[in-house]
Design a protein around this ligand. Sequence first.
Ligand SMILES: [Zn+2]
Length: 411
Amino acid sequence: MQSLFLWDCGQRQGKCDTMSSMVKTEELYYQDAYLKEFEAEVLSCSEGRDGSFLVVLDRTAFFPEQGGQSSDIGTISGACVSHVSIKDGVISHVTDKELTVGDKVTGAIDWNHRFSNMQQHTGEHIFSGIVNSRYGYDNVGFHLSDSEVTMDYNGVLTDDDIRDVEMAVNKAIWENIEVKCEFPAKEILDTLQYRSKKELTGDVRIVTIPGYDSCACCAPHVARTGEIGFLKVVSCQNYKGGVRVSILCGKRALEYISAQTGVVAELTGLLTTGSDKIVSSVKKLSEENYALKGELSDCREKLIGYELDSIDENKENVFLKKESGLDSNLMRKTVNALTEVHKGFCGVFSGDDSIGYKYIIATRDGNRDLRALQNMLHDEYGAKGGGSSAMAQGSMGPVDVASVIIKCESF
Ligand SMILES: [Zn+2]
């Protein structure tokens, strides 16, 4: 089950003929992905931005950010390493302390962080290898950060496809297969089939998971698939004509499932039902809520009807203050009902003095111009909104609405 390749950094980058000898860093992570501490010599240290320093060593076990994967973090002789980058073969460690050129130092990578990246990354290899061999799709984008792991495939996978691949990946994990990382001689390399985004020259590192994947890749991987623990697909969405799949492996997957289990437990408590009935309970609640909103609206309308009946018919300008949350349709209906009886300006303010109001004002008298009233609300109360000479609507911030209504009724 050989397949094409995903990872575009399978080419050895650490040696660079055009750079001086001081920047040639020995990449210890190629020799041993499990190396947690190492001794090295400081080749250069320059002050970077924000008081940080850029440190180059003669050798390092810190994997730099590349190919979509975030870098290792850790310490170098007490200095914190927050990021590691590689450019033109130069590996730079960002530290919070200055280190002395020529000093022997001890580097220590944050192993929990590194091992988690190894789990996610190796899980991704198996997933992409299976997607490629079963569906012929390539992984055309990969992102591995502390918060997410995503792969972009140039073809569509259905929910059933995703479940099938997820199960197949986990079977490969439980088979506890050895993960082989090697730099084959050119004549052997030429005979191999492996996933690759681009033509590679020079030393090419091939990572093979027998039966599942073969891929040029420079990153650290677990030694056997069983160390991945398990893989969980978190989401799959359409993306650029294909799909973007989010996965989690090992401890990250366990933490995700623990959080989901916590949400389910809270919901079963709130709904006093079993976890298998959560969805039907929420649907029922939603339908009840919709029906109650309708009943509430009907009751409000009736109540407003009684209120309108009690207003002196001879009053020209009539303004009402209503509770917040009155829906716009009911506000409009109320204003229309008022203008049928009262020939001046009629309006409704819905809201609360502490949070503000929305309002609708109208008149049926063609000789009156509502825009003057709207301008007054804008100038004196900072109201925002617009309308015509016959109808206006808008909103205003916290205000003593009783005084606004007195002003409007005497306008
Ligand atoms: Zn890899």
